[in-house]
Unconditional design. Sequence first.
Length: 124
Amino acid sequence: MTSFARRFLLCAIGYVLVGMSLGIFMGATEDFVLAPVHAHMNLIGWATMGLFAYYYNAVPEAGETALAQVHFWVAQVGLVMIIPGLALMLTGNTGAAPVLIIGEMLTVLSMLIFGFTVYRNKAT
């Protein structure tokens, strides 16, 4: 595995461990108010970051660009903003809306960067 792909995969593993732990906590306490946070951690954090890792490993030249570095950081910052922003919103702190919105926009930007990267680096 390329070192760049490995960065995405290690982050994915970290996110899924936190997401799974939150799921276990919610089940144990029977309080599911943070279920959307759990879902975002597992879907964006585990599945999406894992797919990014898979792609960058399969097409290593795509991970050797400056745009790939930008993609990595935009993806990480976006999710790290979504998680607390969403948790705070779900627990009644509407003042966290800007954090959540910025995180969401960064996450969409991350996917646009990824889409452009895939388009530009046609696998052979």
